[in-house]
Design a protein around this ligand. Structure first.
Ligand code: SAH
Ligand code: SF4
Length: 351
């Protein structure tokens, strides 16, 4: 059983405090307020696993900090490293398990972050969707995922994608708050360019429209998974509320306002959404605005009846989209050796 712990009384982590709050804490200890900037700058520029690594602050002060203001909220709860992916598991103060992954492709390391514990959208092929919704993550917890992967691996990610557990636009405010810190230049944040931060959404038009007004040139990826509302509703229950037409209108607004090209994600499920006719319908939908398609061959999830199509069928689907002039990639599945598909490590550790 999950232990209820002292989350209400536990001291707040540095990642959960604003700079002013941290400065006030230092002042209360008789230290100069600029220690707050010093500490945050170090954290955001260097990436550290613990206070031991914060070498621009005296040992004595670090010891006091460790006891009264922990660096992070999340505790390390395990991980698995493969050649191209390193999966991390964290335990929140309320006992919730959260996963994140570092994914490597030549010349690039990407941090894949979770935005919620579980997910309320219930997509029928998704390990996270199957485990239901527990709660939203706080911005500080999201930031912790990024900073701790950096601090513990010693490797800095150039890119961030919200493709871990959860629907980021369902937890809009906290996700944007975390993104603003990830994006701000040090000492205010980690200095990751907005164009290197991707939000992947199941397709929630009000959220996409709101995002369009943020003055942030984020990358947007929209999980479409079917060219018609009927098939889509079978795979993504929440899409009954948001027809494809509405989703695409909001995407057009996003593209117009941000001048960013949007990516459509499409999980390929054999015999469900991978026929040539469906590829043609999808091509028809996507051909009239600048966008890319990213085909994701289904990753097996225990207890889920779907199968990934054969390579030939994947290539055929891609070729049809290209006939419609839609630039298309097939996502080479990273980190299968470490169970990197959405929600899988957590599911295993809860079993
Ligand atoms: N909630 C967001 C982001 C997290 S999931 C979204 O749905 O977009 C990131 C991507 O992984 C989505 O496109 C999702 O459909 C896909 N995905 C989920 N489970 C999968 C599985 N078992 N195999 C392949 N892709 C999967
Ligand atoms: Fe949630 Fe995305 Fe999984 Fe759907 S695919 S259940 S939206 S995490």
């Amino acid at each position: 059983m999950r232990g209820m712990n002292d989350s209400a009384t536990a001291p707040r982590s540095v990642t959960a405090m604003t700079e002013d709050e941290l400065a006030a804490l230092f002042k209360g200890w008789g230290e100069p307020a600029f220690r707050a900037t010093q500490l945050r700058e170090f954290l955001f520029r260097k990436g550290v696993a613990s206070y031991e690594g914060v070498t621009n602050i005296s040992k004595k002060l670090r010891e006091r900090l460790a006891a009264e203001a922990p660096l992070y909220e999340l505790a390390y709860a395990g991980g698995t490293a493969g050649d191209d992916a390193h999966k991390w598991l964290w335990k929140a103060r309320d006992g919730a398990l959260i996963e994140s992954v570092q994914i490597r492709v030549p010349g690039r390391l990407t941090s894949c972050l979770s935005s919620q514990v579980g997910c309320a959208m219930g997509c029928v092929f998704c390990a996270t969707g199957l485990s239901g919704f527990e709660r939203h993550l706080r911005a500080s917890e999201i930031l912790d995922e990024y900073l701790q992967m950096w601090g513990r691996s010693g490797e800095h990610s150039s890119h961030v994608v919200f493709m871990g557990m959860g629907e980021p636009l369902h937890n809009y405010d906290e996700v944007i708050k975390a993104i603003r810190v990830l994006n701000a230049p040090p000492p205010k944040g980690c200095g990751i360019g907005a164009r290197r931060i991707t939000i992947s959404t199941v397709g929630i038009p009000p959220g996409i429209k709101r995002l369009a007004g943020e003055q942030l040139q984020l990358e947007l990826a929209v999980s479409l998974h079917a060219p018609d509302d009927e098939t889509r509703a079978r795979l993504i229950p929440v899409s009954k509320r948001y027809p494809i037409k509405e989703v695409m209108e909001s995407v057009r607004e996003f593209s117009r306002k941000t001048r960013r090209m949007v990516t459509y994600e499409y999980v390929l499920l054999a015999g469900v959404n991978d026929s040539e006719a469906q590829a043609r319908d999808l091509g028809g939908l996507l051909q009239d605005h600048p966008c890319k398609a990213n085909l994701i061959p289904f990753n097996a999830v225990e207890g889920v009846p779907y199968k990934r199509p054969e390579l030939e069928a994947q290539e055929r689907f891609k070729a049809v989209l290209e006939r419609f002039h839609v630039p298309t990639t097939i996502r080479f599945s990273k980190g299968r050796s470490v169970d990197a598909a959405c929600g899988q490590l957590r599911r295993r550790s809860l079993a």
